[in-house]
Ligand binder design. Structure first.
Ligand code: CU
Length: 69
C-alpha cells in the first residue's frame, strides 16, 4: 500500500469534501481517501503509486484544483 498526500485548492465545506472524496475514491486501485478541509490536504491510500495526472483529473472533475506537482 502507498499513501500520498496531495494539496487541493478551493474546498470550502463538507460538500466539497464529499465531491473530492467521491471522485478520488473512484480512481482504480484507491482504497482510502481522507480529506482535511482545514488544510486542503487529501491523503490517498492506493495499491500502487498513482499517476499524478489521473489524480489531477479526478480533482478537476470534482471542481477543484490540485496544487503543485
Ligand atoms: Cu463546499
Amino acid at each position: 500500500m502507498v499513501t500520498t498526500t496531495y494539496q487541493v485548492q478551493g474546498m470550502t465545506c463538507g460538500h466539497c469534501v464529499s465531491s473530492v472524496s467521491a471522485e478520488v475514491s473512484a480512481i482504480k486501485g484507491v482504497s482510502d481517501v481522507r480529506v482535511d478541509l482545514a488544510t486542503g490536504q487529501v491523503t490517498v491510500t492506493s495499491e500502487s503509486p498513482l499517476d499524478i495526472e489521473i489524480v489531477r483529473a479526478a480533482v478537476d472533475e470534482a471542481g477543484y484544483d490540485l496544487v503543485g506537482a
